[in-house]
Design a protein around this ligand. Structure first.
Ligand SMILES: C[S@@+](CC[C@H](N)C(=O)[O-])C[C@H]1O[C@@H](n2cnc3c(N)ncnc32)[C@H](O)[C@@H]1O
Length: 396
């Protein structure tokens, strides 16, 4: 397919040095943006003003140091990348390419797309690391093939698209304090939302996409040689303990989760070839005692719940551990000053969107819950992307 570039690139395609140069030229010509940028307006006529005289409330002059738009521009256009990637997943780009490389024209015909946007769409996916291009043929990268090819059990396109749509309702969540999904409140919030094995499969694939970034560092962050057994409480389909077993084959591993998770747990463990090495303990962790083990893990569990429920889970873990046993708590914990951990603060807003009472918390808060439950020797280390591993020991 021929690539015709008769008009200048859009503002998003300008490199930052281009933008800086264009801004200087524009200022000298009385323009506010890059040449031919449709968003440019004459500098003397601000696009938006609430001044009754029609002029700016705070007049600017050439003596005023210009405020760089760059950080806002980066934020304001960040969704371009997400939309291109998720739209490609929705259209089936990665699923079709999983069968083999195709030219842009072959792919366009398979996906029934209009010719106009296809070259930029596919090359943007190359630039974003979601596709490779060899000559004129496109193929998946390992990343897109693993997570965005619908034929794989690790597919998270639907999970990510649902989150994308939900975040359009952030203002509603902030006005009402209500989650923007169908979860019920209280201990039944998972069972109400996930009524079918397919729903659990979709959800736990999303969890694997997240816990896949913390399993390998957890396997390295601690001396597992002296540990005999580990149970991941709320461990979904066993992906985190699989990472531990991969690195420490001597471990006896288990997962404690709701009965509805068991079919997808068996499926996943079978696919990984470790079905005979991980035990599934079915139950409600608010009512059924946690299984005994040398190490219990609560990964991305406490942030789902209100304070009282978090404290109850920590206390129930204490009761299940033998003296010398260890509890590991993993979540994207917020820094004490609540300004240095944007990732954790944004994840906390995600908990507003998906749970009635969930939120991220600081390591200091978690330390208090463990101390109140009786744990000692509490330590915290950063782990994976935005996460903290906080652990404590039940004293002898
Ligand atoms: C946010 S997911 C975290 C999954 C996994 N630990 C991880 O790090 O990806 C929370 C997990 O807790 C489980 N869960 C929720 N309520 C539960 C309950 N009452 N009893 C046992 N497990 C529960 C869910 O099924 C789910 O697997």
């Amino acid at each position: 397919m021929e690539r015709i570039r008769s008009s200048p690139p859009s503002v998003a395609a300008w490199s930052l040095p281009d933008l800086a140069r264009a801004a200087i030229e524009a200022r000298s010509k009385g323009r506010a943006g890059p040449p031919d940028d449709p968003h440019s307006r004459p500098a003397a006529q601000p696009a938006c003003s609430n001044s009754s005289s029609g002029g700016p409330d705070v007049p600017e002059s050439l003596d005023t140091q210009p405020v760089s738009a760059e950080p806002l521009w980066r934020l304001g256009t960040a969704y371009f990348s997400r939309k291109v990637t998720l739209t490609a997943a929705e259209l089936g780009v990665f699923t079709v390419l999983a069968d083999g490389p195709l030219t842009a024209e072959q792919l366009r015909i398979r996906l029934e797309l209009h010719p106009r946007g296809v070259p930029d769409f596919l090359d943007a996916l190359v630039a974003l690391g979601m596709l490779e291009r060899d000559g004129d043929r496109y193929r998946n990268t390992p990343l897109s093939d693993h997570f965005l090819n619908e034929k794989r059990p690790s597919y998270v396109g639907a999970f990510l698209s649902a989150a994308d749509a939900r975040w359009d309702r952030l203002a509603d969540a902030l006005r009402t304090g209500e989650p923007q999904n169908r979860w019920g409140a209280g201990p039944q919030m998972f069972t109400e939302q996930y009524r079918t094995t397919a729903a659990w499969r979709n959800f736990t694939a999303g969890m694997d996409y997240l816990n896949g970034m913390i399993g390998p560092p957890v396997a390295e962050a601690f001396d597992w040689t002296s540990v005999d057994s580990v149970v991941d409480v709320g461990g979904a389909r066993g992906n985190l303990v699989a990472a531990l077993l991969r690195r420490h084959p001597h471990l006896k591993a288990g997962v404690f989760d709701l009965p509805g998770v068991e079919p997808v747990f068996i499926e996943h463990m079978t696919q990984l070839g470790i079905a005979d090495r991980v035990t599934f303990h079915a139950g409600d962790f608010f009512t059924v005692p946690m299984p005994a083990a040398d190490v219990l893990i609560l990964s991305h569990v406490l942030h789902d719940w209100a304070l009282q429920e978090r404290q109850a889970l920590v206390s129930r873990a204490f009761d299940a551990l033998a003296p010398g046993g260890r509890l590991m708590v993993i979540d994207p914990m917020i820094d004490d000053d609540r300004r240095g951990t944007a990732g954790a603060l944004l994840t906390s807003l995600n908990m507003l969107m998906v749970t009635p009472h969930g939120a991220e918390y600081t390591a200091a808060e978690a330390r208090d819950w463990l101390t109140e439950a009786g744990f000692t020797g509490i330590t915290a280390v950063p782990i994976g992307v935005h996460n903290t591993l906080l652990s404590g020991v039940r004293p002898a």
